[in-house]
Design a protein around this ligand. Structure first.
Ligand code: LLX
Ligand code: CA
Ligand code: ZN
Length: 429
């Protein structure tokens, strides 16, 4: 059992050391279609996979086809009625249920499309499967580029997200790890994940995001958690045009301190690519190397690491970024020259992996960055001497140990957003 080491994790041992990496991919995922004009295009996952394959990176990792999450797996976080709705609704019948569509926020941004429920089962099954793999200890890093849907709520869709695979994966990690850290570099606030764990000290959430007149509107720097969870939510509000240097003047000291004081047993990193320069919906100015530096930094702590996708709307850059980051996970520097393959046309005219960031103005002043860093480091230093909680008992693995669909398995699980026990598995279970 992981009990938390007394030695401080440090970003040492460098990039040269190899990691055992597994990568979840469902060949059907690229066929799901949100509808004409919708910016979310699951095809980007297939483009990423094609790049990985043509760069030869798939030979250095274990490729795993995900087992779809079952209804009961989704209900570990989501409400039964919401999951039953997602399972039952179809593009043809949706207009027979106008009240339900409104209640669950299934509308233009989050449309009902063909195969919606199977899509949710696939990406959630992959993230939970990634958690099971990390828990078993045979892999150091588990990747699911189709995951990272951080806006989904217990009883509703939001911002193109329906099922929150991240919350489900963290719940699985909590069976084996006393503390789990969630880091979110998508340009949007990781609101669904933060909300799910806002009152617990077993999960720390840290989101870097555009703040001010921007979706979803949450993630103020003074939102720091509540009750037992006070100081276990970290929000880093940023302005448009942030470049690599400014970003890392916050990311590294803040996350370095988080690793020192929180000492997580596992880390989940959401790598939304809408924080890249030139994103169709984003307004940051990060290069792919700057974005990938977050992956490199998290990897350097040598703590079991789950790497997830997220937003990202300039398809060629999403595929470039996640391919390069898969290389970072493996400890391989991916060549700048994109190999010729079925989707090469997307990378014309230069056929390079890296693209120059723009000359847009960086609206984050040195002073504002200093203020944010100082305040957040001060909050984190309050946790320096917090006593750790003993972990009681480990429930069985999801999917692997459960045979009978209808039988109660009897294990009390951590259940965010419920009226039940909020501090982890019950000692009596
Ligand atoms: N932030 C984010 C992360 C993952 C997914 C979607 C989003 N949403 C947005 O980026 C967004 C953009 C503009 C307005 C509102 C929300 C996601 C990833 C995979 C599949 C589906 C959604
Ligand atoms: Ca974020
Ligand atoms: Zn986003």
């Amino acid at each position: 059992m992981e009990t938390g080491s007394n030695s401080l994790p440090s970003p040492s041992c460098g990039d040269a050391a190899k990691r055992r990496v597994c990568y979840f991919y469902e060949p059907e995922v690229g066929n799901y279609y949100y509808g004409q004009g919708h910016p979310m295009k699951p095809h980007r996952i297939r483009m990423t996979h094609a790049l990985l394959s043509n760069y030869g990176l798939l030979d250095s990792l274990e490729v795993i086809r995900p087992v779809p999450a079952r209804e009961r797996d989704l209900c570990r976080f989501h409400s039964d009625d919401y999951v039953a709705f997602l399972r039952g609704v179809t593009p043809e019948t949706q207009h027979d249920h106008p009240k339900a569509l409104r209640r669950y926020n299934v509308c233009d941004d989050c449309p009902v499309f063909e195969g919606l429920y199977a899509f949710c089962q696939t990406y959630a099954g992959a993230s939970v499967g990634a958690a099971v793999k990390l828990n078993h200890g045979a892999h150091d890093i588990a990747i699911n580029w189709a995951g990272g849907l951080h806006h989904a709520k217990r009883s509703g869709a939001s911002g193109f997200c329906y099922v929150n695979d991240i919350v489900l994966a963290i719940l699985e990690l909590l069976k084996w790890h006393e503390r789990v850290l969630y880091v979110d570099i998508d340009i949007h606030h990781g609101d669904g994940v933060e909300e799910a764990f806002y009152t617990t000290d077993r999960v720390m959430t840290a989101s870097f995001h555009k703040f001010g007149d921007y979706f979803p509107g949450t993630g103020h720097r003074h939102d720091i958690g509540y009750g037992k969870g006070k100081y276990y939510a970290v929000n880093v509000p940023l302005q448009e045009g942030i470049d690599d240097e400014s970003y890392h003047s916050l990311f590294k000291p803040i996350i370095g301190k988080v690793m020192e004081v929180f000492r997580p047993g596992a880390v989940v990193l959401q790598c939304g690519a809408d924080s890249l320069s030139g994103d169709r919906l984003g307004c940051f100015n990060l290069s792919i190397k700057g974005h990938a530096e977050c992956v490199r930094y998290m990897r350097s702590f040598n703590v079991p690491l789950m790497v997830l996708g997220g937003g990202g709307y300039t398809l060629r850059n999403v595929a470039r970024c996640w391919c390069y980051e898969t290389g970072v996970a493996l400890g391989v520097e991916v060549d700048d020259k994109v190999p010729e393959h079925d989707y090469s046309g997307y990378f014309a005219p230069d056929y390079t992996l890296h693209v120059a960031p723009s000359n847009m103005e960086n609206k984050n002043s040195r002073q504002s960055l200093d203020d944010i860093r100082t305040e957040i480091l001060e909050n984190l230093s309050r946790l320096q001497h917090a006593p750790s909680v003993q972990f009681q008992e480990r429930p069985p693995d999801l999917m692997l140990d459960e045979v009978d669909e209808n039988q109660e398995d009897g294990d009390e699980r951590y259940s965010p957003n419920s009226d039940e026990e909020m501090d982890g598995p019950s000692p009596s279970s």
